[in-house]
Write a protein that binds this ligand. Structure first.
Ligand code: MSP
Length: 604
C-alpha cells in the first residue's frame, strides 16, 4: 500500500528547468474518432500537441516494436517468437509500400540482470554486452530485418528516460511514499492483486514465491488516469488485440487502478532518479521508453521531442500476454502524463508452451532457437511457428508436428511443385516460357482462384492473422498441385501438336502461381521466397524490389528463361544412425538436396 509522504517533489522540476510549467490537464493525447480506418484495425488515429504535423510532411512511418528482452539469460524460442512475428508483419508492410521502422532491443537494467551478472562472475555491463550480442546474432540467423536495436544502457536512452521522468514529475504525477508488498523478481513487479498468486504466494507465471519487500520509493499516480484510460478503451476498441485481451484490460481498469512504484532504493544497476542519486528508476518505467529512444538517431544530443518526431507514436506494440498490463495500462498512462500520443495498438500474443507450461528462462524448459535453425533452417523455423500457432493463442511445440508440417507444406506442396514444373519445362521447352502468363491464363478459372486466395492472404496479413495468411498462400500451392495433376502436362507433351502447346501454357500458369506464392510468402519465409524467385530467372535486385502489387497475375512474360531446376527446400528426413556401442539412434536432419522424384518427370 502506498502512503504519500511528500507532495512537493512535483515542483522539483522548477529547479531543473524553470521554463517547464506543470500542466493541470494530464491528457493531451486525444483521439480523432469518426475517421474511417483505411487499413483495418491497425490504423486508428491518435494525435497530440507534440505529434501534430503539417499536412505536407512525408507520411509517418509504420513503427512496429517487439518487447525489449531481458538479458538475464540468452534468448530462447519464446523470445524469438515475438520477433519473428514482428519481422513478418514489418516485411508485409514494406511490401505494401510503407516505410517501416522495426524496433527491437534489450532490457538491461534492474535487479534480475544484476543478479544474473553476479552469478556469472561478470560486471552487469560485461554481462549485458554478451547477452545483447547473442540476441543480435540470433536475429541475424532468423533473418530478422530490424531497423533499430535499442539497449536500455545506451546513453541516448538514459537521457530520454530522465527527460521523460522530469516531464511526468512536472505534471504532478510523481510522489514519494513507503511501500510494502509482495515482489516477483522474475516479473520485476509488485503483485498488487494477491488473489492472482498461487499457494505459498507463488507467481503464476514463474512458479516461484514472491518476496515481501518494504521500500521508500517514488510513485507514479496511475490512479489519476483511471477515467482517461477507460475513455481510451471505449473510443478505441482496437487498442488492445485480440479482443479477448481487450476485455481483460478493461476489467483490470474497471477494478480500480493503484499507483505504482517507479524507483528502487535497493537496486544500483539502473538509471539514477534525477535529483535523487539514492534511487534508480524502476526497470519497467525505464524499458518502456526504449520504444521512443530507439527512434532517436545517433547524434550527440538526444532529446525526447526529436525522438518523438522521428516516428512516434508506434502503430503496433507486439508483446506476449504476460506483459499486457505494462503496455496497455501503465504505458498509456505514462504517455498521457508526459503529453505524448499513445501507440495505436497493443497486440498480446500467447505463449509457446512445452508440455503445457510457458517456455521460459525461469522455468528452464526452453527450446533453443539456434539448435532449431541449425537442424532445420531459418525458413522452416519461421514458417512452423507462424503457421502452427494461431497468432494470439498459446501453441505447443512438438518435433514430430514440426517435421510433418514443414515437409508437407514447404517441401511437398511448394518445393516439389516448382521442381517438377521446372523439370518438365526444361525437358520440353528449353526452360523458356512460351507465352506471357496473362495470355496463358485467359479464361482460366485457376487464375481467378489464385487471385482470390492472394487477396485473402493480404487481408489476413493486415489483420495480423499470420497463420491464416500462410494457409491462404498454401491453398494456392494445393490448387497448383491439383491443376497439375488434372492437366497432366507430361501426357499432353507426348501427344504433340495442340496438346503440347496447351501443356507448355499450363507450365507457364503453374510457374506464375509459384511467382505469386513467392511474394506472398516472403514475409514469412524470405530466404525460401528468394530461392523460388531465382529459380524463376529473376535477379536478387528484382526480388528485393518486388511489391505486394506484383502478386497480381501477369508478371511472368513469354521468353523468360528459368534457372536450372534445383530443389528450393530439402525435406527433413528421419535418419537412423549407429550410436555408441552399436545402438540405433533416430536423428532428424535436413536432407541434403534430396527431393522426392518430381512427379510427371518419370512419366514424361
Ligand atoms: N523486458 C521485458 C519487456 C520490456 S518491453 C519494454 C520482458 N522481457 S522478457 O525477456 O522476459 O520477455 C520478452 C517477451 O518474450 C515477452 O513478450 C514475453 O511474453 C515473451 N516470451 C517469453 N517467453 C515466451 C514464451 N514461452 N512464448 C511466447 N512468448 C514468450 O518481459
Amino acid at each position: 500500500m502506498a502512503v504519500r509522504t511528500n507532495s512537493s517533489v512535483q515542483n522539483a522540476l522548477w529547479l531543473l528547468n524553470p521554463s517547464f510549467r506543470s500542466r493541470g490537464s494530464h491528457f493531451n493525447a486525444h483521439l480523432r474518432l469518426g475517421q474511417k480506418p483505411s487499413r483495418g484495425a491497425l490504423f486508428c488515429t491518435c494525435t497530440s500537441k507534440i505529434n501534430t504535423r503539417p499536412n505536407d510532411e512525408a507520411p509517418k512511418p509504420f513503427v512496429i516494436t517487439t518487447p525489449l528482452y531481458y538479458v538475464n539469460a540468452p534468448p530462447h524460442m519464446g523470445s524469438a517468437y515475438t520477433t519473428i512475428a514482428a519481422d513478418a508483419i514489418a516485411r508485409f508492410q514494406r511490401l505494401s509500400g510503407k516505410k517501416v521502422i522495426l524496433i527491437t532491443g534489450t532490457d538491461e537494467h534492474g535487479e534480475k540482470i544484476a543478479t544474473a551478472a553476479m552469478a556469472q562472475g561478470s560486471t552487469p555491463r560485461e554481462h549485458c554486452d554478451v547477452v545483447s550480442l547473442a540476441y543480435k546474432m540470433l536475429w541475424e540467423d532468423l533473418d530478422i530485418a530490424y531497423d533499430k536495436f535499442i539497449r536500455t544502457t545506451d546513453c541516448k536512452h538514459e537521457a530520454i528516460v530522465k527527460e521523460f521522468y522530469s516531464r511526468v514529475l512536472a505534471n504532478g504525477d510523481i510522489y514519494r511514499a513507503d511501500y510494502e508488498g509482495l515482489y516477483c523478481v522474475n516479473c520485476e513487479e509488485y503483485k498488487v492483486d494477491e488473489k492472482e498468486l498461487l499457494d505459498n504466494n507463488c507467481c503464476p507465471t514463474h512458479l516461484k514465491p514472491c518476496v515481501s519487500r518494504k521500500e521508500d520509493n517514488y510513485f507514479f499516480a496511475l490512479s489519476k488516469y483511471q477515467k482517461s484510460l477507460e475513455e481510451t478503451l471505449i473510443q478505441n476498441p482496437d487498442f488492445v488485440q485480440p479482443s479477448f485481451r481487450f476485455n481483460e484490460v478493461q476489467s483490470w481498469i474497471k477494478s480500480g487502478l493503484k499507483d505504482f512504484s517507479i524507483s528502487r532504493a535497493s537496486v544500483d544497476w539502473g538509471i539514477p532518479i534525477p535529483n535523487d542519486k539514492t534511487q534508480t528508476i524502476y526497470v519497467w518505467f525505464d524499458a518502456l521508453l526504449g520504444y521512443i529512444s530507439a527512434l532517436s538517431d545517433d547524434r550527440e544530443q538526444h532529446d525526447l521531442l526529436s525522438a518523438v518526431s522521428s516516428g512516434w507514436p508506434a502503430q503496433l506494440h507486439l508483446i506476449g500476454k504476460d506483459i499486457l498490463r505494462f503496455h496497455a495500462v501503465y504505458w498509456p498512462a505514462m504517455l498521457m502524463s508526459a503529453g505524448l500520443s499513445l501507440p495505436k495498438m497493443v497486440f498480446g500474443h500467447g505463449f509457446l508452451t512445452k508440455d503445457g507450461m510457458k517456455m521460459g528462462k525461469s522455468l528452464g524448459n526452453t527450446l533453443e532457437p539456434n539448435d532449431l535453425v541449425k537442424k532445420f533452417g531459418t525458413d522452416a523455423v519461421r514458417y512452423f511457428f507462424l503457421r502452427e500457432v494461431e497468432f494470439g493463442n498459446d501453441g505447443d511445440y512438438s518435433e514430430e508436428r514440426f517435421v510433418n508440417i514443414v515437409n508437407a507444406h514447404l517441401a511437398n506442396t511448394i518445393g516439389n511443385l516448382l521442381n517438377r514444373t521446372l523439370g518438365l519445362l526444361k525437358k520440353n521447352c528449353q526452360s523458356t516460357l512460351v507465352v506471357d502468363s496473362i495470355i496463358a491464363a485467359e479464361g482460366n478459372a485457376f487464375k481467378d482462384n489464385v487471385e482470390r486466395l492472394v487477396e485473402k492472404a493480404r487481408i489476413h496479413y493486415e489483420k495480423l492473422s499470420l497463420s491464416s495468411a500462410c494457409e491462404a498462400v498454401l491453398e494456392i500451392g494445393n490448387a497448383g498441385n491439383s491443376y497439375m495433376d488434372e492437366r497432366a502436362p507430361w501426357s499432353l507433351f507426348k501427344q504433340g501438336g495442340a496438346a503440347s502447346e496447351a501443356a507448355a501454357k499450363d507450365l507457364v500458369i503453374i510457374l506464375e502461381a509459384m511467382r505469386i506464392i513467392a511474394i506472398a510468402l516472403s514475409p514469412i519465409t524470405p530466404s525460401l521466397s528468394w530461392r523460388i524467385y531465382a529459380q524463376l530467372g529473376y535477379s536478387r535486385d528484382q526480388f528485393e524490389a518486388a511489391t505486394w502489387g506484383e502478386t497480381k497475375w501477369g508478371g511472368l512474360k513469354g521468353g523468360q528463361v528459368m534457372a536450372q531446376p534445383k530443389p528450393v527446400f530439402a525435406r527433413i528426413e528421419n535418419q537412423t544412425e549407429e550410436g555408441a556401442e552399436g545402438t540405433a539412434v533416430q536423428k532428424t536432419v535436413k536432407a541434403k538436396r534430396k527431393m522426392t522424384q518430381p512427379q510427371g518427370l518419370a512419366q514424361a
